[in-house]
Design a protein around this ligand. Sequence first.
Ligand SMILES: NC(=O)c1ccc[n+]([C@@H]2O[C@H](COP(=O)([O-])OP(=O)(O)OC[C@H]3O[C@@H](n4cnc5c(N)ncnc54)[C@H](O)[C@@H]3O)[C@@H](O)[C@H]2O)c1
Length: 292
Amino acid sequence: MGIETVGIVGTGQMGLGIAQLLAQQGIRTVAIKMTGGDVSGKYATVDKSLQKLVDREKLTAEQKEHILEALTITTDLHELRDCDLVIESIVEEMDRKQQLFHELEQITSETCLLASNTSTLGITELASAVQHRERLVGLHFFNPATVMKLVEIIPTLHTPNDTVERLHKWVEAIGKTPVVVKDETGFIVNRLLTPYMVDAIRAYERGLADAAAIDTAMKLGCNHPMGPLELADYIGLDIVYHMATNLYETFKEPRLAPPPLLRTLVIAEQLGRKSGLGFYDYSTRPATPRKL
Ligand SMILES: NC(=O)c1ccc[n+]([C@@H]2O[C@H](COP(=O)([O-])OP(=O)(O)OC[C@H]3O[C@@H](n4cnc5c(N)ncnc54)[C@H](O)[C@@H]3O)[C@@H](O)[C@H]2O)c1
C-alpha cells in the first residue's frame, strides 16, 4: 500500500522542514500547528524558503506553486484522518508525545502508520501509549530536513518486518538514505554526537577557550562544517539538554550528564538560534560569540 498522504504534527524547525521536504516530493502533506492561532506565518516561512530556491533557479515559480498546493497547514488534528503516515515532531517530552499518539490513534485509520521524529526518547515507551503498538516506529530526520540526507528508521519489538521494508523504500523514494537502528537512547547519530557537544560545553565552561576558538578548532582541525557550540545553538539548546538528560538517565555515565551552563541557558530560554541567543548572539551578522 502506498504512502500518499502524510501528516506532520508540530510546525517547529523540524516539523515544518519535514512538511516542506514532503511537499517538494509531490506528497500531499498536512502539517498541524499545535499551539493554535494563525497559520499564515508558517506558510510564509515555507514560501520564503521556496522563494530562495526560485531565486537560485533551483525551482521554477510554477513548481513553487505546486509545492504550496500540496501543503496544508492547520491547527485541527482531525485533518489527519485520511493520512497513510503521521510523523510527530513536537516538543521532546515523553508525556506530551504519548498523549498525542493516544489522540492520533483515535483520529487516524488502523492502517495509518504513526512515527516519531524524537531525537532520543524510546520508541517502545512511546508505543506503550497506543493500543496497536505495531503501528508506531521512529523516523528520525536531521536538521535542516530539506537538506540532510539521513533518516534513521527505528523499529521496536512490535514492528512487523514488512513495515520496516515499506518505510525503507519510502525513505529512499523521498530522496533520503535510511539506516535501520535498534530502539536504544540516541539511536546512532545522537548517541555519538551528544557526548561530543556536551564535552565541548564542559570545556567552554572550564575556560579552555572562548566559543569562537572551540568552534574554529573543530572546523579547521577536523574539517567539520560547524563547530560543536554553533551546532548546539543550531539544533536548539533545549533539544541538546533533553538529549543529554535522556542519555545520562539511560547509561548513567557522568560524562553524558548535561553541564550546569546548558541547564542555565535552557531555564533562561536562551535556546540558540531559534531564540536569538545561545553560545552566540544572533542579533548581529555574523553572530557574536558570547562570554558566559
Ligand atoms: N532540532 C533538531 O536538530 C532536531 C533534529 C531531529 C529531531 N528533532 C526532534 O524533533 C522534535 C521537534 O524539535 P524542533 O527542533 O522542531 O523543536 P521546536 O522547538 O522548533 O518545535 C517544537 C514544536 O512543538 C510544539 N510544542 C511546544 N509545546 C508543545 C506542547 N506542550 N504540546 C504540543 N506541541 C508543543 C511547538 O509549537 C513547535 O511546533 C523533537 O522531538 C526533537 O527532539 C530535532
